[in-house]
Design a protein around this ligand. Structure first.
Ligand code: 4DW
Ligand code: GAR
Length: 219
């Protein structure tokens, strides 16, 4: 089986990267994590890559004079590794429209809310403040307008009256770790494609289960 050469871009702790690396170790998983790129030299997630024997690259935004130079360096490491798909996993630098368009429908992101609700930062505190009963996470194709692209998979969790932003974040993060490998597999196999800015699932072996997870759901 040919596995899609995938890069994971991180800025921090890399728990979603760890979930993707674990999934990619399973026989039959359709993507290979061929490269991990961090814009921060001290990102904790680099340790997960090293532990899995995956190549890493650091493209530090602070050592490039401006976004075009930073993105040219990023593009160069992706091309050198013959990357076909990009996963943003806690990657916190805003990418230009030109870069996003170059990777159109080949770059995906995980966001800690049920989009289109709670775009942006501090999603868990804002969900509690809004009083929503259901919160969650979304994996979506990246568009230059942040947190807007076509939705691939979502996972939902209850909001408990005892929740703090931290306790809710932990419950959502566990769901991120389950939906991100699933979404990457759907994209890597070509089962999930974008038609008229919505994701359609062609061969849908798992039915609705493939695109929607309700916590804690089936294992
Ligand atoms: C995201 C969106 C915006 C910022 C950080 C993260 C989510 C995923 C993502 C990363 N880069 C992206 C996306 C996206 O969805 N769409 C595009 N690029 N075009 C963000 O605004 N970050 C700011 C702060 C960075 C920092 O403090 O390190 C920034 O100005 O880059
Ligand atoms: C995750 O919760 C992810 O959803 C969020 O950053 C965290 C990264 O954690 N991403 C965003 O907020 C993007 N706007 P990780 O480094 O442990 O995967």
């Amino acid at each position: 089986m040919r596995r899609t050469r995938t890069a994971v871009l991180i800025s921090g702790r890399g728990s979603n990267l760890a979930a993707l690396l674990a999934a990619a170790r399973e026989p039959g998983y359709p993507a290979e994590i061929a490269l991990v790129v961090s814009n921060r030299p001290d990102a904790g997630g680099l340790g997960h890559a090293a532990g899995a024997g995956v190549a890493t690259a650091i493209v530090d935004h602070r050592s490039h004079a401006g976004k075009p130079a930073f993105e040219a360096a990023l593009q160069a490491v992706l091309e050198a590794a013959r990357i076909e798909l990009v996963c943003l996993a806690g990657f916190m630098r805003l990418l230009s429209e030109a870069f996003v368009e170059r990777w159109r429908d080949r770059m995906i992101n995980v966001h800690p809310s049920l989009l289109p609700s709670f775009r942006g930062l501090d999603t868990h505190a804002r969900a509690i403040e809004a009083g929503v009963r259901i919160h969650g996470a979304t994996v979506h194709f990246v568009r230059s307008d942040v947190d807007t692209g076509p939705i691939i998979v979502q996972g939902a969790v209850p909001v408990l009256s005892s929740d703090t932003a931290d306790s809710l974040a932990a419950r959502v993060l566990a769901v991120e770790h389950r939906i991100y490998p699933r979404a990457l597999a759907l994209v890597a196999t070509g089962a999930a494609t974008v038609v008229a800015e919505k994701v359609v699932l062609g061969a849908e072996p798992e039915g609705a289960e493939a695109r929607c997870l309700i916590w804690p759901g089936p294992a």
